[in-house]
Design a protein. Structure first.
Length: 135
């Protein structure tokens, strides 16, 4: 898989409904995973969307999640840029450059879903997420 760059949208409690709407707009295949599926089956956020991905036939990719309780959510600033793929060397190099001089919010390391992932604001205040898919 080549690396990809796409928008990543954040919602409070309606990521599922929003992504189903976007599927109706763009078509394609929608996958949804909840927080409960990834280690929080009893929590208040168990049924909320931890990660959704829409792959449209025209090549568009849109990702989204619900913002967990306790995390800040500000409509209008609820979008990040996502870099993902399996080219670990390239993606780690992008991470190093994007996070240099910026603010790391999630250290780049192996996560509970098995991938390497990190989140940061670059030195210009743009939020980035980098995910290396583990084969």
């Amino acid at each position: 898989m080549a690396s990809r760059l796409n928008p990543y949208l954040s919602f409070r409690d309606d990521a599922r409904q929003a992504m189903e709407f976007y599927k109706g707009v763009f078509g394609g295949t929608l996958t949804l995973n909840t927080f409960g599926e990834f280690g929080s089956p009893e929590g208040a956020d168990a049924d909320k969307v931890m990660h959704a991905q829409l792959e449209a036939e025209n090549g568009f990719t849109l990702m989204a999640s619900d913002t967990p309780a306790g995390m800040e959510y500000n409509p209008g600033t609820n979008i990040s840029v996502s870099l993902s793929g399996d080219d670990a060397d390239d993606l780690r190099a992008y991470w190093d450059k994007l996070s240099d001089g910026g603010t790391v919010t999630v250290p780049f390391e192996k996560q509970m879903w098995g991938d390497e992932f990190g989140a940061c604001f670059d030195k210009f205040g743009i939020p980035w997420m980098v995910n290396v898919v583990q084969g």
